[in-house]
Design a protein around this ligand. Structure first.
Ligand SMILES: Cc1ncc(C[n+]2csc(CCOP(=O)(O)OP(=O)(O)O)c2C)c(N)n1
Ligand SMILES: [Mg+2]
Length: 333
């Protein structure tokens, strides 16, 4: 591991910021300020931050609904993420949605998240294909859950990437549940990583609660992809610590399982490791915490002060074919 102390602390900052925003979103949801559903990524911070941190600026990512840290690490401002959750015009979808759906910004190399899972996966493979055809030395990365691996898009996407040795890194967040479906009802194998062999490239298993392990494995996969070695599937083992979304109390998840994983909380675990290595002093911890708080409060204030979208703009930014059924309806009024 050749990360400097400052880089290690930078990772800590992103993990703390991710957790703080996640907790604030929970609070805002409970206060009824979030329109529609909202998702928590609690327990997934090591995967989103660790994997996104292994990329270069001009690489492209397609994160999903439990990857708040990836959006932040890639430079999407916290204030836009907060505005998105409050359905404000300053959010990334300009008020057309009010949670992770629609989160994205190509100016930060982030493909907008689409809720049909895993719709972003074949798109990421397409991005990898364009990088490969143009010999650009860039890498595409996408995240998806254990449930997403049962879909045709996953198998077709991985197969295509394997055949052409595309520069793509697949990050699977195996959090043991897809809504209420446990992995034992999802697939008949133990490890999703085994599936990569069927497509002719490596499948690796990492502790998804250990940010440095996620970072190291991802960095190796990214370097390999950039050098023309082809794709890698990285299965990050973790646990979904809350319900599928906040409306789901997840009573189908055994308490003992949650208690066991709570002890492996990725943020607390990393903080303790940095303290033990004497990288994180109390002074630095307080300084980072105050930066996190400032960013969070500024983001929430910005979001709350932002206007709701103007109903007259409803059709702006929405694609429809000239002369299509929808346009005919509008014109016939
Ligand atoms: C094609 C499709 N089918 C069903 C859904 C509804 N749905 C949203 S998330 C989800 C579970 C996803 O589980 P997983 O892939 O394991 O990701 P996790 O939410 O656990 O992170 C389902 C069934 C959807 N969004 N898209
Ligand atoms: Mg899952």
């Amino acid at each position: 591991m050749n990360l400097t102390d400052e880089q290690l602390l930078d990772i800590y900052y992103w993990m703390r910021l991710t957790r703080a925003i996640d907790e604030r979103i929970t609070l805002l949801y409970n206060q009824g300020k979030i329109l529609g559903a909202a998702f928590s990524e609690r327990g997934h911070e090591a995967i989103s931050v660790g994997a996104a941190g292994a990329l270069e600026d001009d690489d492209i990512v397609a994160p999903m609904h439990r990857d708040l840290g990836a959006y932040l690490v890639r430079g999407l401002p916290a204030r836009e993420i907060m505005a998105q959750h409050l359905g404000k015009v300053t959010g990334t979808s300009r008020g057309r949605d009010s949670n992770m759906h629609g989160l994205g910004d190509l100016s930060h190399g982030i493909i907008g998240f689409v809720s049909m899972l895993p719709a972003s996966l074949p798109v990421t493979v397409g991005v990898g294909l364009s990088f490969w055809l143009r010999d650009e030395g860039r890498v595409a990365m996408t995240w998806f859950g254990d449930g997403a691996t049962s879909t045709g898009k996953f198998h077709e996407g991985l197969n295509f990437a394997g055949v052409f040795k595309l520069p793509v890194v697949f990050i699977c967040e195996n959090n043991q549940y897809a809504y209420s479906t446990p992995t034992s009802r999802q697939f008949a194998i133990e490890d999703i990583a085994d599936r990569a062999a069927g497509y002719g490239f490596p499948g690796i298993i990492v502790d998804g609660n250990d940010v440095l392990e996620v970072y190291e494995a991802t960095k190796a996969a990214v370097d390999r992809a950039r050098a023309g070695g082809g794709p890698t599937l990285i299965e990050c083992k973790t646990m979904r610590m809350l319900g599928h979304a906040f409306h789901d109390n997840a009573e189908y998840v055994p308490d003992e399982l949650l208690a066991e994983w709570e002890k492996k909380d990725p943020v607390a675990q990393y903080e303790n490791a940095l303290i033990e290595r004497e990288v994180l002093t109390e002074e630095r911890r307080q300084e980072i915490e105050s930066r996190v708080r400032d960013t969070l409060e500024e983001a929430q204030a910005f979001a709350e002060e932002s206007p709701m979208p103007d109903p007259a703009d409803l059709e702006k930014g929405v694609y429809h074919e000239p002369g299509c059924y929808w346009e005919q309806q509008v014109n016939s009024d």
